[in-house]
Write a protein of this length. Structure first.
Length: 432
């Protein structure tokens, strides 16, 4: 990460807040707490942004979001604009618009329906005609039926952005510990009293769990349930290629974003691999609607991951945790899928006809049954704030979730209505 690691000898004995997880949410929560004068220790089991926070597409979008999280995303967009100048480095942040292309009238109608549903938010999103879409893309073939376009949506390079945020947090006074897993949270009298890390104990008043796909495993070891599962997404990047348009482009076959290096990040929305683990059997029913509608799961596999780190496992505070055994989840990308995605991208965009893939990777996405995050405290665990379940669109909304987590710990008025992100919403649905 560069200049922010802390060695074993300087492990703080006491702090105000421990943040568990060095992804975009944990890093943002830490820096917002530090801005408010809190002493903060950020513990990351591996490296900052080692998992999904550096493996995502880099889109910072309002367009296409669930109305329940749209207010938080609107605020997150403002937070991005205020935060980027403080980082002191180019993270590829650009406000250059995002466009969803429509191949069919059905797709265009779905875009129009979403736009009508969120009209009260007064976004700058507009439906484009075929001619307007051609104009945006610099072509004249009327390949698309139209498009949904949001000029104010933005993008950034995930592998640059989150480490830069962590360096900024360190400048604000946050102690950033990489390769330091938190094994468990301790409490006294029903509230958090400290955490146990692999290096020793840290006394604290509060802890924020921003562990991504690891959050469910961590909470189950505390006797707490969370209906969160993980799906694997595969992504590739190309060598530099001609510009199509500055902004990102979504389409059914392939979604593309021009990178800071002139290449493209390319993937397919909703294409994922679902690994069967014990938690899948407990929560699969709750996930069926969203899996059918949105994720279009391509493969369901039962393999060694059934007994792997995200499976059923328990440990004591003095035992090695799964977080120490697997510092960074680095799943194998789906090469067959990505070959098809690349072919689709070339068919959609003539500028990519000669684009050469140079890297591919997999990432594990933490998914909730309604695809909305959880930002809440479990009953009987005062001082423990869960901030997880960003469901594949957390890079853009990460600053807002991080700020809401910090506000909850401090007892401040929340950035937006927290009700859509309450943990209890799943209990209400189960009882209905």
């Amino acid at each position: 990460m560069g200049g922010t690691k802390t060695d074993i000898a300087t492990l703080p004995a006491r702090t105000d807040v421990v943040v568990i997880g060095g992804g975009v949410v944990g890093v943002c929560a830490a820096l917002y707490l530090a801005e408010r004068g809190m002493r903060v220790v950020l513990c990351e089991k591996g490296r900052i942004a080692g998992e999904q926070s550096s493996r995502n597409w880099g889109w910072i979008r309002k367009m296409g979001r669930d109305p329940g999280e749209l207010p938080l995303m609107i605020e997150s967009a403002r937070l991005w604009a205020r935060l980027v100048p403080e980082l002191g480095t180019d993270i590829g942040y650009r406000v250059c618009g995002i466009t969803y292309l429509a191949d069919t009238e059905e797709q265009l109608a779905a875009h129009a329906a979403w736009l009508e549903k969120v009209r009260a938010f007064q976004l700058d999103t507009a439906l484009l005609s075929p001619a307007e879409t051609d104009g945006l893309l610099g072509r004249e073939d009327r390949r698309f039926k139209g498009a949904l376009h949001t000029p104010s949506d933005a993008q950034a390079e995930p592998s640059l952005a989150v480490p830069a945020m962590a360096r900024y947090a360190a400048k604000l006074g946050v102690t950033v510990l990489e390769n330091c897993a938190v094994r468990t949270v301790e409490r006294a009298g029903g509230r958090v009293s400290g955490v146990v890390t692999e290096r020793g104990e840290i006394a604290c008043q509060a802890a924020i769990l921003a562990g991504g796909v690891w959050s469910r495993t961590f909470l189950e070891n505390l006797g707490l349930g969370l209906p969160q599962l993980a799906v694997k997404s595969s992504v590739l990047r190309t060598a530099p290629a001609p510009q199509i348009t500055p902004g990102a482009l979504g389409a059914a076959g392939a979604s593309v974003r021009r990178r800071l290096d002139g290449g493209y990040t390319i993937a397919r929305s909703g294409a994922a691999e679902f690994q069967l683990i014990p938690a899948a059997f407990r929560h699969f029913g709750a996930f069926l609607p969203v899996l059918r509608q949105r994720w279009r799961i391509m493969k369901i596999r039962a393999g060694r991951d059934f007994f792997g780190p995200l499976g059923a496992v328990r440990w004591r505070a003095d035992e090695t945790s799964p977080f120490e055994k697997v510092r960074v989840l680095d799943p194998e990308p789906d090469g067959k899928l990505l070959a098809d995605v690349m072919a689709s991208a070339r068919a959609l965009h003539p500028q990519l006809a000669e684009a050469r893939p140079v890297q591919s990777w997999g990432g594990m996405i933490d998914v909730m049954p309604d695809e909305l995050p959880v930002v809440d405290t479990p009953l009987g665990w005062a001082g423990l704030l869960i901030a997880t379940g960003l469901s594949g669109h957390g890079f853009g909304i990460g600053p807002g979730v991080g700020l809401m987590a910090a506000q909850a710990v401090l007892g401040e008025a929340p950035l937006v209505d927290p009700a859509p992100f309450a943990l209890s919403r799943f209990e209400r649905r189960a009882a209905a």
